[in-house]
Design a protein around this ligand. Structure first.
Ligand SMILES: *Cc1c(COP(=O)(O)O)cnc(C)c1O
Length: 381
């Protein structure tokens, strides 16, 4: 962050999310360019960050939306995403949410169970519509990531198991108001090892080969999201390596003739453009430790408390020699801690602190716990 930007921060009420829109645009530019090279379709996972300004910028790149609630579908449409490019996933879609999405004529429902598909069939019939759906398949690929954010191995609530797949396809074909158009896979999040995606491609090839033997070829394959970002050193990897990511699918996935590939990226599109900016309220000196107490808490940024997530923390206003601190929030929970034993320039009351790589799963998860105000947001343009 340059000095001018930090100067403008001085007059703002903290804490707030700062979004580097130039970085966001450069990231979107790179992602769309690399996806277009292979003719792949991109959908932005709205759950990563649903800030209206962010949505407006993203839809401007012709990217679709991946939604996980009726309200996300409504908001995506409101801020300019074309319904033709909206996919809607989730294990527990309510009747009202399904009706809303049917009413907007979205591109595809990513479905996770037969009871859900039967309800979509009934509701579509009532509205005189035919719903396009894809089956979310649980491909049994280990994403080698945190167990809370792994979704692709067998024992969890997501998707159809492989042994159920053929039966599910047969049922879909009997339903009058359902048009089965694809398969959907999403194996987890914050995946930085591209061999995991290679493994996914190989598994999907096997699945497709098996289906093909029975004459089943579906026109769309959606590989979900999950590409990770560099939290340890944001500046080392401000823009994720989209070229290698998409190349992995081009190299290892055996697309059937005419088959279209879809991706639902969240974190990798918006993660690095956001920082949570906070003021130091107090520096408390203990016997063995010093604590920096911020005016931001776990209600503003939940990831460290929820997933023990690491975020780089920087003091934007001090140039003193480094000291070691625990950086904590004001909330009465011991998990309200952003970092332990972190080296920061000697820190005083009033200093501005940036918690980096907060563009994804930051502001969207903010709550009013303790009746605290929601964090604001600041865009340089
Ligand atoms: C969360 C989610 C995504 C986005 O994941 P990222 O790791 O942020 O890219 C994509 N698809 C589905 C179904 C999801 O649940």
């Amino acid at each position: 962050m340059n000095i001018e930007t930090v100067k403008t921060f001085q007059s703002l009420k903290t804490p707030f999310y700062y979004y580097d829109t130039a970085l966001l645009r450069a990231t979107l530019q790179s992602a769309t360019q690399e996806a277009n090279r292979h003719g792949f379709h991109l959908h932005y996972a709205v759950k990563a960050n649903a800030n209206p300004r962010i949505l407006e910028i993203i839809q401007d790149y012709g990217i679709g939306a991946d939604c996980v609630s009726g309200n996300e579908v409504a908001r995506a449409v409101e801020y300019g995403f074309h319904p033709d490019r909206i996919v809607y996933a989730g294990v527990g879609k309510s009747d009202d949410e399904i009706r809303l999405a049917l009413g907007k004529d979205i591109f595809c429902f990513n479905c996770e169970s037969l009871p859900e598909i039967e309800v979509i069939n009934t509701l579509a019939g009532e509205l005189g519509k035919k719903a396009s759906i894809a089956l979310r398949v649980n491909p049994n690929v280990d994403a080698h990531t945190h167990h809370y954010i792994t979704t692709g191995i067998e024992e969890n609530k997501f998707g159809f198991y492989l042994y159920d797949l053929e039966h599910a396809i047969a049922v879909c074909r009997e339903l009058e108001n359902i048009r089965l158009i694809g398969l959907h896979f999403h194996i987890g999040s914050q995946i930085t090892d591209l061999t995991v995606f290679r493994g996914l491609c190989l598994r999907v090839n096997e699945i497709q080969a098996r289906l093909k033997e029975q004459g089943i070829i579906l026109p769309h394959v959606n590989f979900g999201g999950g590409l990770g970002i560099n939290y340890d050193c944001p500046s080392c990897g401000l823009i994720p390596d989209f070229a290698s990511y998409f190349q992995t699918f081009a190299d290892f996935f055996e697309a059937q003739p005419g088959q279209q590939l879809h991706f639902e990226l969240g974190r990798s599109l918006v993660g690095q453009c956001g920082s949570l900016v906070s003021r130091v309220l107090y520096v408390k000196e203990g016997k063995h430790k010093k604590f920096v107490i911020l005016d931001a808490g776990m209600n503003d940024l939940l990831r460290p408390a929820l997933y023990q997530a690491f975020h780089r923390i920087e003091n934007l206003t001090s140039i003193q020699p480094y000291e070691k601190y625990d950086i904590v929030g004001p909330i009465c929970e011991s998990s309200d801690c952003f970092g332990k034993d972190r080296e920061l320039p000697a820190t005083r009351r009033g200093d501005l602190i940036a918690i980096r790589s907060c563009g994804a799963y930051g502001e969207v998860m903010a709550s009013r716990y303790n009746l605290r105000d929601l964090p604001g947001s600041f865009f340089p343009e």
